[in-house]
Write a protein that binds this ligand. Structure first.
Ligand SMILES: CC(C)(COP(=O)(O)OP(=O)(O)OC[C@H]1O[C@@H](n2cnc3c(N)ncnc32)[C@H](O)[C@@H]1OP(=O)(O)O)[C@@H](O)C(=O)NCCC(=O)NCCSC(=O)CC(=O)O
Length: 403
């Protein structure tokens, strides 16, 4: 229903709410980018890290990191932080010195500019001008100021001043999943809305000298940005047709697991806490989240008629779907394979992204979607996207690959 008022000139103004869009939201353009600063092969990472942080005397730790790196399933990673920058900022290596300000200064430029490169690719594929973007959802674990990276990105891209901006901060590795879920809701509830999702992550906010507690983080995290244009029908002239339809999205928090994963802003940057239980906790909870998502959000056996039922017919149907899973670590993917009894190639896109880029936190899921899209002609019609992060929070989305 519309509401009525006066515009101050005695003329009645009728505000008509935007009608809903047609059909589910869809991804209309996908882009990714990595910093050009450092391309680090995984087999020299431990040697390099211990050398540049003056930690070569910690021989046992170095051997342990070398061993862990060899088991990560990662070949190389990209980083913004160079040796030269590190040499110019000794505070980044000394936990006794405050370094948050230095780190924030570096990310103010780096984070939106990395996002801009990914967004430019997504916009080019979408086929419409940036001024047609109505909403921006930006996610990063590096936002510590206001106005933040979302406004900077909007300016860099020349988005219109009425673009509706939202920044999601410190959602960690489920940030990309949450941003896509939010974009789906915005697109479906506002006819004609075109939402730019931008995820941009750089480890420079948490980089420090190796110690007994941060070896796994050092071994797996990298820098990258991903962007997706999300919109629902009716589709505009010259617009790319749906790459993936976003059929149903859900977020689940695993009770009593707050301790398992976390990020804390300190004077020395952002401290990551990563419990050894994370792969087990994720493995124990993915199937229930998937079943709920494919039931349209109902935690019972009353399947939603328009969604495929993964457990109908004879036994396990998970192999009938395509998979976009956040590659949080090799062991996480192994556990998901085991729990869902997936055929080896089902998580190939996730393993490919892990191998080529490592874990780029919230941006990683966009790389997986981009990789899957290259294999689109081979994909089954229905698929699932999953991302995990602090909470433990599990984002699940049912996807459809239109023919
Ligand atoms: C890092 C690995 C590839 C290492 O593989 P390995 O085959 O070597 O496995 P492993 O379990 O024997 O581990 C090797 C050594 O590391 C130690 N180790 C493993 N995980 C640890 C952790 N979280 N904290 C501290 N130590 C840890 C083990 O005790 C062992 O030590 P010792 O040798 O002394 O016995 C794997 O463990 C893995 O994939 N783990 C999951 C990483 C993870 O949690 N990712 C989520 C990121 S967070 C995310 O994606 C979301 C977010 O950030 O928001």
């Amino acid at each position: 229903m519309g509401s009525c008022g006066s515009n101050g000139h005695g003329t009645a103004v009728v505000v008509v709410p935007r009608p809903h869009a047609e059909g589910p939201a869809a991804m209309l353009g996908i882009g990714t980018a990595n910093p050009t600063g450092v391309l680090m092969p995984q087999d020299v990472f431990a040697d390099t890290l211990f050398r540049i942080t003056n930690s070569d005397h910690l021989t046992e730790l170095k051997h342990k990191l070398t061993r862990i790196c060899g088991n990560t399933g990662i070949d190389k990673r990209h980083f913004h932080l160079t040796e030269e920058t590190l040499a110019a900022h000794p505070e980044l290596l000394d936990p006794e010195l405050p370094s948050l300000g230095t780190r924030v200064d570096m990310t103010v430029d780096a984070v939106p500019k990395l996002a801009q490169r990914a967004a430019a690719k997504a916009i080019a594929e979408w086929g419409r001008p940036p001024a047609d973007i109505t909403h921006l959802v930006f996610t990063t674990y590096s936002a510590c100021g206001a106005p933040s990276a979302d406004l900077r990105l909007a300016t860099l891209l020349g988005l219109r001043p009425t673009v509706s901006r939202t920044i999601l901060s410190l959602h960690g590795c489920y940030g990309g999943g949450r941003a896509l879920g939010l974009a789906k809701e915005l697109a479906e509830n506002n006819r004609g809305a075109r939402v730019l999702v931008a995820c941009s992550e750089t480890t420079l906010v948490c980089f420090g000298a190796p110690d007994g507690g941060n070896l796994v983080g050092h071994a797996i995290f990298g820098d990258g940005a991903g962007a997706v244009i999300v919109g629902a029908g009716p589709f505009l002239d010259g617009e790319q047709r749906p790459i993936f339809e976003m059929v149903h999205a859900m977020q689940t928090t695993v009770p009593k697991t707050e301790h398992a994963l976390g990020m804390q802003v300190t004077g020395g940057g952002i401290d990551f806490h990563l419990s050894i239980q994370v792969p087990t906790l994720i493995g124990q909870n993915v199937e229930r989240c998937l079943l709920n998502a494919f039931r349209g959000g109902h935690d019972d056996d009353d399947d939603d008629a328009h969604l495929p039922s993964p457990l109908s017919g004879n036994g396990n149907k998970w192999n009938d779907f395509f998979w976009a899973v956040h590659p949080g670590g090799r062991q996480i993917l192994d556990n998901i394979d085991k729990v869902l009894k997936l055929e080896p190639e089902k998580l190939a896109a996730s393993r490919h992204v892990l191998r080529e880029y490592g874990n780029m936190s919230g941006a990683t899921i966009v790389f997986v979607l981009d990789e899957l899209r290259q294999r689109r002609s081979l994909l089954p019609e229905w698929g699932a996207m999953m991302a995990f992060g602090p909470g433990i929070t599990i984002e699940t989305m049912v996807l459809r690959c239109p023919r």
